[in-house]
Design a protein around this ligand. Structure first.
Ligand code: NDP
Ligand code: MG
Length: 382
């Protein structure tokens, strides 16, 4: 059987390493063309030895030179241009975009322009430029398959888009679901990084604690499934068994279930439309799941969720501002410069003072992203 040729951007991250596990398990089905890392040179070394890619990209030129000396038979690239070069390689049948943050946007567009299907973990790409990305993908007849577990669930639940009235996105509620507002305001970095259900990269773990992650996912869902914001509902479901659901016009609700594991949505995106037996998971046992609880999100404790709805509904560059302000504030929180609550306050301030540019092009989006980040840094360091 012909192997599917695939590249992974961000192969050293949480999603990336799990994707490597999936591909290694299905080695008869996949061939790796390119891999990319940021700074984790140790891990990319292991992955080069394990998967023998044709190209590798790392963030810095220095690390690229080190690797090129060690691995003479591969092509070592670096920086944002390196990522774009990987995505311009038409040998790829699919690219998994699993870098974190804004760095995913341009390579994703490059891959789409070259007619390469995308497995998309990097939600920031759609939050920043969903209108452009989805439009170009349609024009090029490129598939955008969601890796985010909620969107993968929704994708799996939809047979005909016309039948779907509402999307119901589940949220675990994060580590502070049952805590008081004061506890949240005084939360340490360590407490915030301790997610009850999912083991993920730092940035998304902080976003999960503020529910900004859910807000970004609402914007992601709006673009992926062409659904109005008022028809996207978030419900807190602490067990993370129901990964999301859709409500049809006839009243039927269809959900996708399973014990929490990112291997499943990653593999679904890579093997779609097939479903293969990959990494073994325990057979689902309703008795073991025992209870499924659902509750409304507490918007007083987690105001970032509404802020994301607000930005999404306003459209234009509001979501660029939201994403950039939040990301910079999260980095500042991780650096111990601000409190968890200030992530909301800073992002709110940026949104309130934002001057919208409707229907921005990519250059405008990148410029807005840059200026917002500069403003946030100035605000934090003053
Ligand atoms: P991680 O932080 O674990 O991994 C990020 C990856 O991107 C690493 O390979 C990192 O390299 C690389 N990277 C970071 N910055 C750069 C840069 N400037 N240039 C090149 N490479 C870079 O993140 P996650 O795997 O958790 O998340 C990745 C994306 O997937 C995010 O957009 C997130 O929102 C989304 N996502 C993640 C989920 C999860 O379960 N983790 C679930 C749903 C969505 P290195 O480590 O080598 O420095
Ligand atoms: Mg998710």
């Amino acid at each position: 059987m012909k192997k599917k040729k695939i590249s992974i951007l961000g192969s050293t991250g949480s999603i990336g390493t799990q994707a490597v596990e999936v591909i290694s398990k299905l080695s008869e089905d996949f061939e790796v063309v390119s891999l990319s890392a940021g700074d984790n040179i140790e891990k990319i070394r292991q992955q080069i030895q394990q998967l023998a890619p044709k190209n590798v990209c790392v963030k810095s030129q220095t690390n690229a030179q080190i690797l090129q000396k060690e691995f003479k038979n591969i092509n070592v690239l670096y920086g944002d241009f390196g990522l774009e070069e990987i995505c311009a390689d038409k040998e790829n049948e699919m690219i998994l975009v699993a870098v974190s943050g804004k760095v995913g946007l341009k390579p994703t567009l490059k891959a789409i322009d070259n007619g390469i299907d995308i497995a998309l973990a990097n939600k920031e790409t759609l939050v920043m430029a969903g209108d452009i990305v989805i439009k170009r993908a349609k024009e090029k007849q490129v598939l955008i398959l969601p890796v985010d577990s909620e969107h993968s669930a929704i994708h799996q639940c939809i047979r005909n888009r016309e039948d779907i009235k509402r999307l119901i996105i589940t949220a675990s509620g994060g580590p502070f679901r049952t805590k008081s507002i004061d506890d949240i305001k005084n939360a340490t970095v360590e407490e915030t990084l301790h997610h009850p259900k999912w083991n993920m990269g730092k940035k998304i773990t902080i976003d999960s604690a503020t529910l900004m992650n859910k807000g970004l996912e609402v914007i992601e869902a709006h673009h992926l499934f062409d659904m109005d914001y008022q028809n996207i509902k978030v419900v807190v479901h602490p067990q993370s068994i129901v990964h999301s659901a859709v409500e049809c016009y006839d009243g039927s609700v269809i959900a996708q279930l399973g014990f929490p594991s990112m291997h499943i949505p990653i593999q679904y995106a890579l093997t779609y439309p097939k479903r293969l037996e990959g990494i073994k998971t325990d057979s689902f046992d309703f008795a073991k799941a025992a209870r499924l609880d659902f509750e409304e999100p507490d918007l007083e404790k987690f105001p970032c969720l509404n802020l994301a709805y607000e930005a999404g509904k306003a459209g234009g560059t509001y979501t660029v501002c939201l994403n950039a302000a939040n990301e910079e504030a999260v980095f500042a929180f991780l650096d111990g410069k601000i409190s968890l609550w200030q992530i909301y306050e800073i992002t709110r301030k940026m949104i309130d003072s934002h001057v919208n540019i409707p229907s921005p092009d990519i250059e405008t989006i990148i410029e807005q992203d840059k200026t917002t980040r500069e403003k946030v840094k100035k605000l934090i360091n003053q």
